[in-house]
Design a protein around this ligand. Structure first.
Ligand code: DC
Length: 204
């Protein structure tokens, strides 16, 4: 069965948590597309060449989740040639047999406009910055909350205002605002949307 769940939204809105849970609930494969851009960003050198020659090792680096890697990813992601180099792999993954969940910024709009389910996961910038800050150790960490908030805003601005594949909800996306939801509640909403869509899939 071909069945794609496209999950888009800004940094730290909860896309990753929701995507992994949806993939697990339905036995679908999951691709975190931000990791592709992060791997290109941290590899250094010519980002187009890096995108054209990404390896499994690049994707297994343990520094991909840092704030710096997120910023580097957001910067290389404005380059249309970088985006083009990563497109075919993401499209193939989306339409693989057995179902796929992809999370990113442009999955429902560019990578897979035909996705059976499109979710747009958001939360206020304050809430997202607070979550990132806690992940980085909170009071015991090295980063002040104000600095993390500034980086979240900077990344939102770049991701939403770039010319090629900017972050925006697809017209037919279901919105999930996680600002005041627990992870469990957000996951339950996403699972319910997917279940309802699966129920009306033609058999065969
Ligand atoms: O989801 P993330 O924080 O890992 O993404 C890192 C950056 O990569 C994000 O700020 C913009 C870019 N990105 C993108 O342009 N398109 C995607 N589908 C996924 C990520």
């Amino acid at each position: 069965m071909i069945f794609t769940v496209a999950i888009d939204g800004p940094a730290a809105a909860g896309k990753g948590t929701i995507s992994r849970a949806v993939a697990e609930a339905f036995g679908f494969a999951h691709l975190d597309t931000g990791a592709l851009y992060r791997a290109v960003g941290v590899k250094g050198g010519d980002p187009v060449l890096a995108a054209q020659s990404l390896t499994a090792e690049d994707l297994a680096r343990d520094d991909l989740r840092t704030l710096g890697a997120g910023q580097a990813a957001s910067r290389v992601a404005v380059n249309p040639e970088v985006r083009a180099a990563l497109l075919a792999f993401q499209r193939r993954f989306a339409r693989r047999d057995g179902g796929a969940v992809l999370d990113g910024r442009d999955i429902g709009t560019v990578i897979c406009p035909e996705a059976e389910v499109k979710l747009f996961v958001t939360a206020s910038a304050q809430v997202r910055a607070q979550r990132r800050w806690l992940e980085l150790g909170g009071e015991a960490g090295e980063r002040p909350l104000a600095g993390v908030l500034a980086e979240v805003r900077e990344r939102d601005d770049r991701d939403m205002n770039r010319a090629d594949a900017p972050l925006r909800p697809a017209a037919d996306a279901v919105m999930i605002d996680t600002s005041e939801l627990t992870a469990e509640a957000a996951i339950a909403r996403a699972v319910a949307v997917v279940r309802a869509r699966l129920a009306v899939m033609p058999r065969g």
